[in-house]
Design a protein around this ligand. Structure first.
Ligand SMILES: *[C@@H]1O[C@H](CO)[C@@H](O)[C@H](O)[C@H]1NC(C)=O
Ligand SMILES: *[C@@H]1O[C@H](CO)[C@@H](O)[C@H](O)[C@H]1NC(C)=O
Length: 264
């Protein structure tokens, strides 16, 4: 009996060691296969440019482990809601970035910082972008696909457009779904292709009206204060005169005339 247990014990130790090394080995191999990025599929072209494919993975955040020599990233058909500042910092070889078909509602200022010199194509189509934030595109000269977003066209958008360096034709992708003012008739059209529309005119008018109202308010206040001041002084003068009249006559006369002259 003790012999059997001894045998079992020795062999189980060996088995255990074997199993252990097997597990370690698989871990090592697994790691080697995914040095590129944890969840995405990576490939390399003959010229050495890496492509990282993270399409359709239900991602809610941009992966942080994208290698810095990547040239193309496909993040389309995910659940991304925003692109934070410096989200692709360090990827100075990036040529193409596809974030289409996501839930993007906002692009933080500097979202594509560092991609300026290399990026040629940025796909932001089929998202939920409403307001155009020029600071997000700081330094980018790429062609951007901005179509299929519920763009809101207003004076801010109009003023933002000259501030971006994107390939100009990109901006024709901004088709207004809503607008302010609503009645101006830009909805359903590409804002850039309607050069005769000025969304800032109405705002200028409203600020003019506001200025007028404020000035009128000030004016009324000043006038009422003046009127009040004059009235109060008149009252004072009248009371003072009455007081002087009530004084013994002779002394009063001379003083009365002098006060009247000062009041007048
Ligand atoms: C990527 O990072 C490594 C190590 O941090 C660095 O040596 C290399 O120059 C970087 N490559 C690029 C293209 O930035
Ligand atoms: C821009 O995106 C839309 C919608 O995703 C697509 O149909 C269109 O072909 C794209 N345009 C370019 C020039 O890639």
């Amino acid at each position: 009996m003790p012999l059997l247990t001894d045998w079992l014990l020795r062999h189980s130790v060996v088995m255990c060691l074997l199993l252990h090394s097997l597990v370690l080995l698989t871990f090592c191999f697994h790691h080697a296969a995914t040095t590129c990025s944890n969840r995405c599929y990576c490939s390399e072209s003959e010229t050495g440019g890496k492509t990282v494919r993270c399409s359709n993975l239900q991602l809610t955040e941009i992966p942080l482990d994208i290698p810095n020599d990547t040239q193309r990233i496909y993040l389309d058909f995910n659940l991304l809601t925003s692109v934070p500042t410096n989200a692709f910092g360090g990827l100075s070889n990036l040529i193409e970035l596809d974030i289409s078909h996501n839930e993007l509602t906002q692009l933080e200022p500097g979202a594509f910082r560092g991609l300026g010199p290399s990026l040629q194509f940025l796909d932001l189509s089929s998202n939920k972008l409403v307001n155009f934030n020029p600071e997000a595109f700081d330094g980018l000269r790429a062609y951007a696909n901005l179509t299929n977003n519920p763009w809101h066209c207003d004076c801010n958008l109009q003023m933002a457009m000259p501030r971006v360096d994107l390939e100009p034709v990109s901006l024709t992708g901004i088709v207004c779904q809503t607008s302010d003012p609503e009645e101006i008739g830009v909805e359903g059209h590409s804002f850039l292709l309607k050069p005769d529309i000025d969304l800032c005119v109405v705002m200028k008018k409203t600020t003019d009206v506001a200025m007028l109202v404020v000035m009128f308010g000030w004016f009324t206040m000043v006038i009422s204060y003046l009127v009040y001041y004059v009235r109060a002084n008149q009252e004072d003068a009248r009371r003072h005169l009455e007081y002087l009249k009530s004084l013994p006559n002779r002394q009063g006369r001379s003083e009365e005339s002098s006060t009247i002259s000062t009041v007048v």
